[in-house]
Design a protein around this ligand. Structure first.
Ligand code: WTA
Length: 692
C-alpha cells in the first residue's frame, strides 16, 4: 500500500501535536482573498459572533435526522469504503463499475497504471448517454422528470428521461447526417437551454468528442479552441437572454469560424428568434430543419472505456488554455458516484446546480453525474438578479428544490443584495447545500448556513478541478462535522498528499503543495494534443504524483484547507484565469509594450484583475477603456481587467523577471513587505507607489 495512504488511514481520528513550524492564521487563506474590513463582516452577524466564526475550531455536526436516512450514514461505513477503495483498488472499482454502468462488453482489467498514464476498465465497452438515459428507461423509470428548465424570460419545460432520450437521439442522428462520427470534435457554444445538455449527450451517444465553450468567450477564444481541438462541427444558437437583454451569439461564432478552417458545418438553434441571423449557405443549418425531423430512436454506439468523451479548455499557468481530456467509463462512474455520495441523492430529490454547462461543474453535476444517477435536475438559463434579486429563491420555492449547489461568489452577491430578497420565500424544501469553485469564506458560509439552510441543512464545500473530473474532497453530509471554510476529507479512493518543495510530506498545519498520490477513475487522461505539457504541468515537479496546483494544509483533525494556487492562476468569481493569458491579450494591443497582471482581493469576485502596463505614447483614460475592451475581445468579458495602471516601467529582478509579489502588494493596497533585495531599480517601486 502506498505510504501516503498508510499515513492517512493510520492517523484515523487521532490528533496531531501542535507544531512549532510556520503557523497559518486560522483564517489565513481567506484573509488572502477577502479582507476582514470587507463590508460582509458586519452585514449579517453581530461582531461577537463573527469573531467566533473566524475561529476555525467551530464545527457543525450533521443533524441527526439527516444522518438517519443518509446514503453514507456512519463514519465506520465511510472508513470501510475508503479503506477498500485504496487497499483493494481493482476489486472495489471493478464492482462499482459493474454495478453502476451498463456494459455492452465487459472489461478485462480494472486499472492499468503507470504514472502519468492511467487506463480504467480496459477492454470494456459502454456509452455515457446510454448510462444517462436508456438505463433508466429500461428500469421502468422513463417517466421520471430528468430536466426541469426555466428560461430567463420565464418559460418552463419539463422533460422526462424518455423524452430526453428521444431528443438526444434526434440530435445525434442529425450530427451523423452532418458528417460527425466517432472521435470527431464538436464545439458547443450555447445558452443554458436543454439543447445544450442534449447536444452534449448526442455527441456521447455517437462517440463524438464535445468541447463546450462557455457562451461568454470571445470569437478569438472560440477560434483558438476550434483550432487546437481540430473541431469538425459547431453547435450554437441565434442568441441568449441575459438580464432581460438579447445577446447575439451567431455573429460571434461567424467571426470565429472565419478563423476555424477545420470546422465544416454549423448547427444553429433558434433560441431568441432574432431577425436576420446570418446563415452561410452550405455551412450553416437550423436545428429545427435538421434535428426535429429525425426519428428519435438512434441507439447508443458501444464505445471503448477509454474513448474520449470530452475536452474542456481551462487556464493553466502558462500560455493558451489547455484542452483537458476526459474519457468515457472512468469519468462517467466518478461523476455518478461522487454525485450520489456527496449530494446524498434520493429518488424524490429536486436537485439544482446553478453552474453553466460551459464549466466542468456543469459537465459533471448538471449532466453526467445527476443524469446517470437518475436525478431530477433543475436548469436555469439566466441571471440570478433578473427580473429581481430574489430570482433564485423564487425558483427554489417554485420547484421545491431539495439540494442546491452554487458558488461562493454568488453567495457573496446575495449577502450584498440583502436578506429581504430571501425572506420573501419559503425555502423549507431545501435539505442540503453545496459550494464549489473557490474557498468559501466563513462569513459567507455562516450566512448560507443560517439564511438559506435555516441551520437545518448541512453544507458540502466541495474541492475539485476540471482535471479531476469530479469532487475529490468534501464533507459527506450525513457523517462529517463541517468547519466553515474547510473541504474536510477525501472521497473514497482519493489519497491526497501535502508536500514541500523537495517532495516530502509536511506535518499537520504546515502548508504545502497538494498532490494526489494514487490514480482515480475520473482523472484527466491528458491535454489534447500536448503530451509534453501534460507531463510537465502535472507530473514532473513531484514524481509519480498528480500536482493539483493548489496549496493546502491539513489541520489537527485531518481536515484539509485549500489555501490558493501555487502558480499564476487566479480565480475570478470561481473562474480560472491565467495572469499570463491576460498579459498576452494586453500586449497584443499595438500601444502596449509590457504588461504584468496580478490578482487582488475583491469582496464579491474573490479576486479581481489588476494590470500594470507600459505603453508607447500618451496614457489616457480613453486608452484605459480601450485596453479593457481589447482584453474583452481577445478573451471574453470575464477576463476584463478591473483596474489598469499605466507605469513607466515594471519592477524587475536583475535577471529581468517581473516581481509579481510586489505588484500584488501594490494592487491590494498593502505595504510592500518582504525581500526586495533582488529588485533591479528601486525607483520603479517608489514610482509605482506614488502613482495612485
Ligand atoms: C479552486 C472547479 C477552495 C482551486 C470545480 C482549484 C476551490 C480550482 C474549491 C479549480 C473549494 C475549486 N475550495 N478552492 N471548494 N473548488 N477551487 O478547474 O484553486 O474551474 O484548483 O474547477 O478552483 O477550478 P476549476
Amino acid at each position: 500500500m502506498p505510504s501516503a495512504a498508510v499515513s492517512y488511514l493510520q492517523k484515523g481520528g487521532m490528533r496531531h501535536q501542535a507544531t512549532d513550524g510556520p503557523h497559518f492564521q486560522p483564517n489565513g487563506f481567506f484573509s488572502d482573498i477577502l479582507p476582514r474590513e470587507s463590508g460582509f463582516d458586519n452585514m449579517t452577524e453581530p461582531s461577537g459572533q463573527i469573531d467566533h466564526v473566524l475561529n476555525e475550531s467551530r464545527s457543525f455536526p450533521p443533524p441527526a435526522e439527516f444522518t438517519e436516512k443518509a446514503v453514507i450514514s456512519s463514519m465506520e461505513q465511510y472508513e470501510e469504503i475508503y479503506r477498500r477503495a485504496v487497499e483493494d483498488r481493482d476489486g472495489f472499482w471493478g464492482e462499482e463499475a459493474r454495478q453502476h454502468l451498463h456494459w455492452f462488453e465487459p472489461f478485462q482489467e480494472v486499472c492499468q497504471w503507470e504514472a502519468p498514464n492511467a487506463k480504467w476498465f480496459v477492454g470494456g465497452k459502454t456509452n455515457a448517454s446510454y448510462n444517462c438515459l436508456d438505463r433508466h428507461i429500461e428500469a421502468g423509470r422513463g417517466d421520471k422528470v430528468a430536466i426541469l428548465w426555466e428560461g430567463e424570460p420565464g418559460e418552463t419545460r419539463s422533460i422526462t428521461y424518455q423524452e430526453l432520450r428521444t431528443e438526444v437521439s434526434k440530435c445525434a442522428a442529425a450530427l451523423q447526417d452532418l458528417g460527425v462520427g466517432v472521435g470527431d470534435v464538436v464545439s458547443i457554444y450555447m445558452p443554458m437551454t436543454p439543447e445544450l445538455a442534449i447536444t452534449m449527450l448526442a455527441c456521447a451517444r455517437i462517440g463524438a468528442v464535445h468541447s463546450v465553450i462557455f457562451a461568454g468567450f470571445s470569437a478569438e477564444s472560440i477560434a483558438d479552441r476550434n483550432q487546437d481541438a481540430g473541431a469538425k462541427l459547431m453547435v450554437t444558437a441565434d442568441g441568449l437572454y441575459r438580464r432581460g437583454k438579447v445577446l447575439a451569439l451567431k455573429e460571434t461564432v461567424d467571426e470565429a469560424l472565419a478563423k476555424s478552417p477545420t470546422v465544416e458545418k454549423c448547427l444553429v438553434l433558434k433560441r431568441v428568434g432574432q431577425d436576420n441571423v446570418p446563415m452561410q449557405e452550405g455551412r450553416d443549418v437550423w436545428w429545427h430543419d435538421c434535428v426535429d425531423s429525425q426519428s428519435g430512436d438512434l441507439p447508443a454506439v458501444p464505445l471503448d472505456s477509454e474513448a474520449s468523451l470530452f475536452i474542456l479548455y481551462t487556464s493553466g499557468s502558462t500560455g493558451k488554455p489547455k484542452g483537458i481530456r476526459h474519457t468515457t467509463a472512468g469519468y462517467n462512474l466518478w461523476a455518478k458516484r461522487t454525485f450520489e455520495w456527496v449530494f446524498d441523492h434520493r429518488d424524490d430529490d429536486v436537485y439544482w446546480c446553478t453552474a453553466d454547462c460551459g464549466w466542468i461543474t456543469g459537465h459533471s453535476y448538471i449532466v453526467y453525474g445527476p443524469l446517470t444517477a437518475g436525478a431530477t435536475c433543475l436548469m436555469y438559463e439566466g441571471a440570478p438578479n433578473f427580473p429581481a434579486e430574489n430570482r433564485f429563491w423564487e425558483l427554489v420555492e417554485k420547484y421545491k428544490v431539495t439540494i442546491l449547489y452554487t458558488a461562493p461568489t454568488a453567495i457573496r452577491a446575495f449577502i450584498k443584495w440583502g436578506d429581504e430578497h430571501v425572506d420573501k420565500h419559503d425555502l423549507s424544501s431545501l435539505r442540503l447545500l453545496g459550494s464549489v469553485g473557490e474557498g468559501i469564506n466563513p462569513e459567507a458560509w455562516m450566512w448560507y448556513h443560517r439564511k438559506i439552510g435555516q441551520e437545518r441543512c448541512p453544507i458540502v464545500d466541495t474541492w475539485w478541478q476540471t482535471e479531476t473530473g469530479g469532487i475529490m474532497m468534501s464533507p459527506l453530509p450525513g457523517i462529517t462535522a463541517t468547519k466553515p471554510g474547510s473541504c474536510t476529507r477525501p472521497l473514497p479512493g482519493i489519497v491526497p498528499a501535502i508536500v514541500n518543495e523537495s517532495g516530502k510530506s509536511v506535518d499537520a498545519n504546515q502548508g504545502g503543495m497538494l498532490c494526489i498520490a494514487q490514480p482515480w477513475p475520473g482523472m484527466l487522461r491528458g491535454i489534447w494534443g500536448d503530451e509534453e505539457r501534460f507531463v510537465d504541468q502535472y507530473w514532473s515537479k513531484v514524481p509519480g504524483m498528480y500536482l493539483t496546483g493548489d496549496n493546502a494544509r491539513q489541520d489537527e483533525d485531518d481536515y484539509y484547507w485549500i489555501m490558493g494556487r501555487i502558480d499564476d492562476v487566479i480565480n475570478v468569481s470561481g473562474h480560472r484565469l491565467s495572469t499570463i493569458e491576460v498579459e498576452s491579450a494586453l500586449v497584443s494591443h499595438e500601444l502596449v509594450c509590457e504588461a504584468a497582471v496580478v490578482g487582488r482581493p475583491d469582496d464579491l469576485k474573490g479576486q479581481a484583475i489588476s494590470a500594470f502596463v507600459t505603453v508607447t505614447g500618451e496614457a489616457s483614460e480613453e486608452l484605459r477603456k480601450e485596453l479593457k475592451m481589447h482584453v474583452r475581445s481577445q478573451i471574453g468579458a470575464l477576463a476584463q481587467p478591473d483596474d489598469i495602471r499605466f507605469t513607466a516601467s515594471l519592477p524587475k529582478t536583475r535577471s529581468g523577471k517581473i516581481m509579481r509579489r510586489l505588484l500584488r502588494d501594490i494592487a491590494s493596497g498593502q505595504e510592500v513587505v518582504g525581500d526586495t533585495s533582488t529588485l533591479e531599480d528601486y525607483s520603479v517601486l517608489a514610482k509605482l507607489r506614488t502613482d495612485d
